[in-house]
Unconditional design. Structure first.
Ligand SMILES: Nc1ncnc2c1ncn2[C@@H]1O[C@H](COP(=O)(O)OP(=O)(O)OP(=O)(O)O)[C@@H](O)[C@H]1O
Ligand SMILES: [Mg+2]
Length: 494
């Protein structure tokens, strides 16, 4: 045993309903190190974290040590008391409380709430982190990215010795990611140990000191970051070689299928005009807050723009609400899967077939056989794991939940499909599969609008790129003539 490890697991295993998702995991965490935990969707990363945090109990036989001391029965309360903070994939804070309350809740034991103290402390911590926020604002009013930063502020306030970040950057803008890197460096300097989970390999190589690779619940390797390069890391994660090829449209695109003219919805966006052709994938990029998601929501009928018009196949398109949009062939994969997409408490199958149940009707009844067949098709095509159609969707790993949602829209026969950060939280192999699916959908005549902050994704997939800034389209580039740097200079920054 490494004696100075702050945290150590020995032979930790976990079985869910007879399926072993972690096998004999030995994992150690040193003070002041950033230890990246990587692996495909469903590899067991979050499960290991939940065990460390005392949220899930491991199978008998494993051991957990904190600062050299065996903790026989870790509980959530114990782990918080020891100074272990976990920032989960789906942030679990209190939306109706202010930022300051979220940061300080449980810190003071005054008889009356001392707002001055709470607000002052929260501000002090955020200042230290280099983050500007109005601490009296309610948490529900700020972006998911900012909530992540609030969760980190909370961990710092409680002087955590171990901070676990489970895909912390999934919803962060690029400037917020830089902020996070700085915060991590400061924490590391203070001796805090950080577990960093991410599917974005460039982040791993930027922040990590050591990497542990999990595959199918087994630990494949633990080594200093200098012993890896991207290819080696990917091959270890997936256990096979992946080939990356750009997937642009090779043939001609068809007629204009969808058009937007002068669409305005103050203050989110104004005077938006563009057209997309059949078979085309149009990338829509820009900083978080540029108005991309708001535009998508307006097209999908979730909000109603003040002026402007939309046309589908040459005819005016008016959408009352989301159901109306789906009926007319306009589909939207939202960015925030937890609150906008998943039907919680339902099976993976029902989540996949939910909007197309009409197709599965047989004399007015749901045809369970057909429903199952549909789900199985997508489980196979985009490798949703585990291969259990009836599993509750909440038992799926984060990336596999995302895949189930994508399957839902692939199955809805869209004419126009808008995907908002479609591969957020999805592993490298599945990302490639999703790209292939979107491309094949385009080849079948669908028009795809791809919203993504991941420029390499936009470049790999789009035929044309629109750049949005502050609610306007400021640039349009054909992929052949664009470079990532060019896009950054022209549109995103400044
Ligand atoms: N409550 C549960 N019941 C049944 N199975 C579960 C439960 N929680 C997790 N699993 C299964 O355990 C496996 C590991 O899941 P886990 O969430 O740890 O993966 P992960 O590595 O974090 O993946 P991702 O990158 O997608 O977040 C998956 O197959 C998942 O479906
Ligand atoms: Mg996970």
């Amino acid at each position: 045993m490494q004696s100075n490890a702050v945290l150590e697991t020995k032979k930790i295993s976990k079985t869910y309903s007879g399926i072993r998702v972690l096998h004999d995991i030995d994992f150690s965490l040193m003070p002041g190190e950033v230890h990246a935990l990587v692996g495909e969707n469903g590899a067991g990363k979050s499960t290991l974290i939940k065990i460390i945090a005392g949220v899930e109990a491991p199978d008998d036989g494993g051991e957990l040590y904190f600062q050299g001391k065996r903790i026989p029965h870790m509980t959530a309360a114990k782990s918080i008391h020891l100074g272990i903070s976990v920032i989960y994939q789906d942030v679990s804070l209190f939306p109706n409380l202010s930022i300051a309350e979220n940061i300080c809740k449980g810190l003071y034991h005054d008889a009356f709430v001392n707002w001055k103290k709470i607000n002052g402390k929260a501000k002090e911590i955020l200042d230290e982190m280099g983050v500007q926020m109005d601490v009296q604002q309610k948490l529900r009013e700020i972006s998911i990215g900012k909530r992540q930063l609030v969760a980190i502020a909370r961990a710092i306030t409680f002087e955590s010795k171990v901070i676990v970040m489970d895909e912390p950057t999934a919803a962060l803008s690029s400037s917020e990611v830089e902020m996070l890197y700085n915060i991590i460096r400061t924490l590391r300097g203070k001796g805090v140990a950080i577990v960093y989970i991410s599917h974005k390999l460039d982040e791993i190589f930027t922040v990590a000191d050591r990497i542990t690779v999990l595959r199918d619940g087994e630990r494949i390797e633990t080594a200093p970051v200098s012993e890896f390069d991207q290819t080696k890391l990917i091959n270890m994660m997936v256990g096979r070689e992946l080939r990356f090829v750009p997937m642009h449209n090779h043939g001609d695109t068809g007629e204009v299928l969808f058009e937007v003219r002068g669409l305005t919805q103050e203050p989110a966006f104004r005077d938006i005009s563009f057209a997309c052709r059949r078979g085309e994938i149009v990338g829509l990029t820009g900083l978080v807050g540029a108005g991309r998601s708001e535009l998508a929501q307006a097209i999908f009928g979730l909000t109603h723009p003040q002026s402007g018009e939309m046309l589908l196949q040459g005819a005016p398109l008016k959408v009352k609400d989301a159901n109306d949009a789906i009926r007319k062939g306009v589909c939207y994969l939202p960015e925030d899967r937890r609150s906008q997409g998943l039907f919680q408490g339902h099976s993976m199958t029902r989540n996949i077939t939910a909007v197309t149940l009409g197709k599965q009707l047989k004399r007015g009844l749901i045809n369970a056989g057909l429903e199952l067949k549909t789900a199985e098709k997508y489980i196979r095509e985009i490798s949703i794991r585990p291969n259990l159609p009836h599993i509750n969707v909440e038992s799926l790993s984060g990336g596999n939940q995302q895949k189930a949602l994508i399957a839902r829209w692939l199955n809805a026969d869209p004419k126009l499909l808008i995907v908002d950060e479609p591969t957020s939280g999805v592993d490298v192999g599945a990302k490639l599969e999703i790209h292939k699916l979107l491309r094949s959908l385009a080849e079948q005549g669908v028009c795809v609008i791809l919203i993504s902050s991941d420029l390499s994704e936009v470049f790999a997939l789009s035929d044309r790129i629109l750049v949005m800034r502050q609610g306007r389209i400021v640039n349009e580039v054909a992929v052949g003539e664009a470079t990532q740097e060019g896009i950054l200079q022209k549109g995103l920054l400044g």
